[in-house]
Design a protein around this ligand. Structure first.
Ligand code: ADP
Length: 265
């Protein structure tokens, strides 16, 4: 015999129960909707590059081009779309692991200053191709954070790549501000910006400011949701401010630990 029957003593309780059940049903429906939307998004995101790959490989295979330059253009598209597909699969995998709480952080002393310089070197070429300046500015005494170095690099790279992706003129400044107990890393660009009413949503999975805009720029719509999760997993904070047409500024903040450099490196 189950002894978990709810005892209802009055009409009030009945009303409260009905309300609770209704709320639950609404939550469940919302959950179903977002799940469904999530999978619809994934299918769409996967289908798009695959369609390009199918189409353009056929064009090349059947020699449906007139010049070698044209053929090379098609091969470039095939290459870019393969890279996009690779990123998408990597991002989806990361996201799935994080949502299940199955991501394991490999904690170590991380020199954020060195890591940032390294990340900036990695994206330098992308900035140069677009004629954008890329600067690191530091203040305070450098210290370390106890974090996952690879994931930290993923965070910084992602913010830098977005900054370059969504900037056409001017450039990107990276600030590293060390205080006594915390460090703030700022990635600031002079790009297209994000309209104020869209700011609250940009950390959501697959959210894009103007859907077509972002695809043309080559993103997956997953980058920032991963960044936010990774920052929070490492007990950091992330903030964004932006002005459409002027630029965007992402700010991440982590606690600094003492004892850095002792023992493991
Ligand atoms: P994506 O892979 O499409 O860039 P993200 O999750 O990284 O996806 O970002 C979500 C959306 O936020 C982007 O599609 C873009 O519209 C906007 N966004 C992100 N970073 C910037 C930036 N630095 N400047 C302007 N818009 C940005």
């Amino acid at each position: 015999e189950l002894e978990t029957r709810l005892e209802l003593k009055s009409r009030d309780e009945m009303g409260a129960l009905a309300e609770a059940i209704n709320d639950l049903a609404v939550d469940l429906q919302r959950y179903r909707d977002t799940r469904q939307e999530f999978f619809a998004n994934i299918s769409h995101e996967l289908r798009t590059p695959i369609t390009y790959l199918e189409g353009y490989s056929r064009v090349v295979k059947d020699e449906l081009y007139e010049t070698d330059a044209e053929k090379n253009q098609y091969l470039d598209i095939i290459y870019e779309e393969s890279v996009r597909l690779q990123h998408l699969v990597d991002d989806l995998f990361d996201l799935a692991k994080m949502e299940e709480g199955k991501i394991t952080l490999v904690l170590e002393w991380v020199d954020l200053s060195e890591l940032t310089e390294h990340a900036v070197r990695k994206v330098e070429l992308k900035a140069r191709v677009k004629n954008l300046s890329l600067l690191i500015l530091k203040s305070g005494t450098a210290s370390c954070v106890w974090a996952d170095g690879k994931r930290m690099e993923q965070i910084v790279l992602n913010l830098l790549e977005n900054a370059i992706r969504y900037t056409e003129h001017g450039g990107i400044k990276v600030y590293l501000l060390y205080e006594a107990a915390a460090v703030t890393l700022i990635v600031e660009d002079t790009g297209i910006g994000i309209p104020e009413d869209e700011l609250p949503y940009i950390f959501e999975r697959f959210y894009r400011v103007e859907k077509s805009r972002s695809r043309q720029f080559g993103g997956t719509g997953l980058g920032l949701s991963i960044v936010k999760k990774l920052v929070e997993l490492q007990e950091g904070k992330i903030q964004v401010s932006s002005k459409a047409g002027e630029g965007t500024r992402f700010e991440i903040r982590f606690a600094l630990q003492s004892g850095c450099g002792e023992g493991s490196t």
